[in-house]
Design a protein around this ligand. Structure first.
Ligand code: PEP
Length: 248
């Protein structure tokens, strides 16, 4: 089964009502490759605005979701609240949350299980730091992040993996096509060995880290790169060119 190309836009903690309306209007007026699945993740405050105004062939994602059903968890959003608001996706385990907010592999895995069990699809992020890459530990790091995910995951069908080397996020320093392909192939190999051929063949593995309209074309040609998670460039009109990169 061919894996459908996937492009996610992570707005992070950026935007205003006015700038987000402009992004939505730009996407609504764009001609997008129908063979690409597109999901955008605005800040929580703007999820409903985006869901209500964005074209329906683009899904909307939260940037986080909690692993408890409801209750005294100030500042958190539950999976059932996302469903109630028509939000069918969430990003989980982004390196900014892992490093700045101390989310462990186990916490990210628990949230991923809670989300998928509750009917929310997950863009699950992993990736190594610069020190880990320079120490030759990249594959070990992403493998152990995957092992923590596997410990709590039975159904992989609603999980998209985003490989995002931390040193490439927001730095303008994109991984080379060879570096990205090598890690993507290792991730797929891990899934084949530790989970199943089916999960390895069907799971989309996205690359994230300073993707833009200029570098996306070459990256998209790699056999194990099934799309992108885009941060900074998803706030710009050029996001449309990234979505359409297979056609250019
Ligand atoms: C991200 O936040 O997921 C990301 C990849 O950011 P950027 O594209 O800005 O590097």
């Amino acid at each position: 089964m061919a894996r459908k190309f996937f492009v996610g836009g992570n707005f992070k903690m950026n935007g205003t009502v006015s700038s987000i309306k402009e992004i939505v209007s730009n996407l609504n007026n764009a001609t997008l490759d129908p063979e690409v699945e597109v999901v955008v993740a605005p800040p929580a405050l703007y999820l409903l605005l985006v869901r209500d105004t964005l074209r329906k062939d683009i899904e909307v994602a939260a940037q986080n979701a909690y692993d408890k059903p409801c209750g005294a968890y100030t500042g958190e959003i539950s999976v059932s609240q996302l469903k109630d608001a028509g939000i069918n996706w969430t990003i989980l385990g982004h390196s900014e949350r892992r490093t700045l907010l101390g989310e462990s592999d186990a916490v990210v895995s628990s949230k991923t299980k809670f989300a998928t069990d509750g009917g929310i699809s997950v863009i699950w992020c992993c990736g190594e730091s610069l020190a880990e890459r320079e120490a030759g530990k990249t594959i070990d790091v992403v493998s152990s992040q995957l092992a923590a995910l596997k410990a709590q995951t039975e159904d992989w069908s609603n999980i998209v993996i985003a490989y995002e080397p931390i040193w490439a996020i927001g730095t303008g320093k994109v991984a080379t096509t060879e570096q990205a392909q090598e890690v993507h192939a290792a991730l797929r190999g891990w899934l084949r060995k530790e989970v199943s051929d089916k999960v390895a063949d069907e799971t989309r593995i996205l690359y994230g880290g300073s993707v833009n309209e200029k570098n996306c074309g070459e990256l998209s040609k790699q056999p194990d790169i099934d799309g992108f998670l885009v941060g900074g460039a998803s706030l710009k009109p050029a996001f449309v060119d990234i979505i359409n990169c297979k056609k250019q």
